[in-house]
Each structure stands twice: as C-alpha cells, then as structure tokens.
Design a protein around this ligand. Structure first.
Ligand code: AMP
Length: 355
C-alpha cells in the first residue's frame, strides 16, 4: 500500500493525466508526469515532470527511481516503456502486459471471443492478398482499422464499395489492420470498472455514448438499456479485469443491438472520456478510483447520486466556455491546452439532469 506523501508516476501528459494528477493531489500524493510533450496539460498541475521520449532509457531509469508507483493515462505509450519500468523498483499498475494487449485491436477482439463475448466479424489484413480475402469473408460495407495506434476515429477508413478498399488501405499507410463488419447498432455504451490490488471490484453505472466523426461527443447516464444488458456488460468488464490480473480503472465499449444483444468493440486500460461525469455524479470519481486502486487502497463507492450528461468541447467548441460558465447547472472543465486544433479535446461540460 502506498501512503499519502508518496509520488505517483504517470506516463502521458494529456487531460486524463491532468485529472488523475488533481485526484492524486486530493489524496495527499505528489505526481510526476513523464511525457515527450513540452508544456503538457498534465505537467502543469503536477509536482514534477520529465520531458523525454518514451524510448529514453536513462530518463526512464531516473523517473523510476523518483516515483513509488507508475501508471499510464493513455494506451499508446509504448508497451516496452512500461516493461522497462516494470523491471525497476516501482510497481507498474495496471501491468505492462495488459497495456500491450490493449494496443492491438486483433488481440483485443480475440480476448473478447475467449471470454465468450460477441464482437463484430473481423479478419486480419497484412497485405493486398489479405485485404482481398478479408473482403470476401466480411463483405462490404466494412471498416478498415489499423491494429495499433488508432484513437478518436484516427487510423480508420470506411469501405462502402470493395473497389475502394485498396485506396482505404493506402490511406492507412498499409499498416497491419483488421477489417470489421459494420454493426447496425441501436446505441453505444461503455462500462467503467475498477479492480483493487486484492481483487476487489467496483463498477459505475453503464454510460450511453454518442460519437460524431469517430470522436465521443456526449455521454448520458443512465443508459437506456435493459437491466439484463447492463448486467452482462458489467460481468464482461469484471471477467476481463480478472483475466488480466488488472489493477486500476478499465473501460469496455460495446454496441447494443435492437433487442439488447451486446457486441464488444474495444477496451481501454485506463480512465475514460465516457467516465468524466463520475466527478460530479458519484461518491468517488473514476480518477480518485484509479489512484486508490494503484495505491493499493480500498476502492471507493461508485454509487451514482444523479442523472447526468457530459458534453465534450472539441476544437473550436471550447470558445463556448462563457455560455456554459453562465449556466447555473453546468460544471465546466478546461484542459489548459494552448491551441484549439480541429478534433482536439479541449474540455468538457457536465449537467446534472435530475437530483
Ligand atoms: P473505435 O475506435 O473502434 O471505438 O471506433 C470509433 C467509433 O466508430 C465507434 O464508437 C463507432 O461509433 C464507430 N464504429 C467503430 N467500429 C464500428 C463497427 N464495426 N460498426 C459500426 N460502427 C463502428
């Protein structure tokens, strides 16, 4: 167990790291951010920062010596970085193996299948012959996704017509990919769970998510799904965390079909954008929950006290901050990013709907 006064090392300098650092501070911890990015959103609220490439082994060794536990705030930190740190003095939580699995869409899908959960039909695509074979089994329309390094709809191309498949593969740089069948879903949901060092489990109410252009736009809780679908989604998250011997917060995204059947899409080994509402509607936020878990503390209560919606401020949306700030019922959080580039997550707003 890690006591207040200790230092939590966080790989990654984005908004999730920023909110983790703020939650850690509330529990009496210092945080030390490791990121290649100068002037990052997370480093500006942390006690210390190392600005170095994830491959810089000397910087990693110094970081490992300066912290009491290591965690990460996004899954595209190279798995080797986490593996190197795991060989050092400070524990890495969640473990580096869980991070590595979450980095490959093909492996993720196979894990879901092993757990007995349905996924979209998929096939691996490594080259033109593989693409042709995948199109034969999956058909069109389909979505080609790079196996690695995709996020917020990046690294994806829709294929409406098989004749356009070659161009889609070229657009993705011909990187190893998977071809997925398009799911005609009724809604999208996510489950955010936490697993403690002693195997204890806590889970938030299921979230309903609306995406625009592959990026999360709005989350509403509760999700308009049956209790049975919610229970199955939660059980899947628990089974996955047990299987990975996971410590920390983990998110699983699903498509829900008309009739309530679930299709698992992907998991994220971290706190998640669809869980930002927990900061305002729950006894324990997802950020505090993650810090508690990786510090070896007992998990906090994940109970929800109000219905709520969360609206992402993406790119120029952030210019509306004045209007949201004037709304009595809205809570505005801005990530302090210097530049509002298109598609960039700049902040979010929560609104309590009934309480
Ligand atoms: P992902 O990066 O896999 O989470 O995909 C981003 C978004 O694209 C999802 O939240 C869905 O809205 C959409 N999407 C991804 N895969 C599929 C699929 N197989 N069928 C239908 N929509 C999808």
């Amino acid at each position: 167990m890690i006591a207040p006064g200790a230092t939590i090392g966080i790989l990654g300098g984005g908004q999730l790291g920023r909110m983790l650092a703020l939650a850690a501070a509330e529990l009496g911890f210092d945080t030390h951010i490791f990121t290649p990015e100068d002037d990052s959103a997370a480093a500006r609220v942390a006690a210390r920062a190392t600005i170095a490439p994830y491959e810089d082994e000397a910087a990693l060794a110094a970081f490992a010596a300066a912290v009491d536990v290591v965690t990460f705030e996004f899954e595209n930190v190279p798995a080797r970085t986490a593996q190197l740190l795991e060989a050092g003095r400070a524990p890495v939580r969640p473990n580096a193996a869980a991070l590595a699995l979450a980095q490959d869409r093909l492996v993720e899908k196979q894990i879901f299948r092993d757990l007995g959960v349905a996924t979209a039909p998929f096939a691996a695509v490594d080259d033109d012959a593989g693409l042709a074979a995948a199109l034969t089994t999956i058909g069109a329309p389909a979505i080609l996704k790079t196996r690695r390094l995709g996020y917020d709809g990046k690294g994806q191309a829709r294929i409406a017509d098989p004749a356009a498949a070659g161009a889609a593969f070229a657009l993705l740089g011909r990187a190893p990919a998977i071809l997925e069948g398009v799911i005609d879903f009724e809604r999208e949901i996510s489950v955010i769970g936490a697993r403690a060092l002693d195997g204890g489990f806590a889970v938030y109410d299921v979230c309903e998510n609306i995406h625009r252009g592959g990026i999360l736009a709005i989350t509403r809780v509760p999700a308009a799904i049956s209790e049975e679908s919610a229970a199955r989604a939660i059980q899947t998250a628990k089974n996955l965390m047990d299987r990975l011997d996971y410590v920390g917060v983990l998110t699983v995204e699903f498509f829900v079909l008309a009739g309530g059947a679930l299709i698992a899409n992907e998991f994220a080994p971290r706190v998640h954008n669809s869980g930002h509402w927990t900061s305002d509607a729950c006894v324990t936020s997802q950020f505090e929950q993650h810090i508690r878990a990786i510090a070896g503390w007992p998990l906090g209560d994940a109970a929800r006290l109000a219905d709520i919606e969360m609206i992402n401020l993406i790119g120029a949306d952030v210019e509306q901050w004045r209007a949201f700030a004037a709304e009595r019922n809205a809570h505005v959080r801005l990530y302090g990013k210097r530049e509002a580039r298109a598609g960039r997550k700049m902040g979010h707003v929560t609104r309590l709907l009934r309480h």
